[in-house]
Design a binder for this molecule. Structure first.
Ligand SMILES: [Zn+2]
Length: 124
């Protein structure tokens, strides 16, 4: 199998594992969202290339989403985790994950009920 065929096989295997969803397992970004986050259009060309002198920069498919792990993972999440680990922040990361799992009501208290103002235009 050629290198390209292997990449396709990894991609389809990853989609199988994720129930057919081509999104980051953690943040739910699509490959297109990730490209836009980094300032690139759908074809991987910088959106403001002329402004920033990036005419020759092209985002490679391999810089956007990894399909080699248990679930698809985007470059934004990979970089975020690398920053946390580089800062030696594992302890806080574990605490945040525990809070998200076990303390939703404390983290996200119920919203205040909004009473419509007499001067507010009616939504139709
Ligand atoms: Zn992500």
């Amino acid at each position: 199998m050629s290198g390209m065929d292997k990449e396709f096989q990894r991609y389809f295997d990853a989609l199988d594992r994720s129930g057919g969803e081509d999104r980051c397992y953690l943040c739910r970004r699509t490959p297109s969202d990730v490209k836009q986050f980094f300032g690139f259009d759908e074809d991987g060309v910088p959106i403001d290339a002329g402004t920033y002198g990036l005419e020759d920069v092209v985002l490679e498919a391999t810089d956007i989403m990894s399909y080699r792990g248990h679930r698809p993972l985007c470059a934004v999440c990979q970089l975020n985790f690398e920053m946390l680990y580089m800062a030696g922040d594992e302890k806080h990361l574990e605490q945040v994950l525990r809070e998200v799992r076990e303390e939703r009501d404390r983290l996200w208290p119920p919203a205040q009920r909004h009473e419509p103002d007499q001067n507010e235009p009616e939504m139709t």
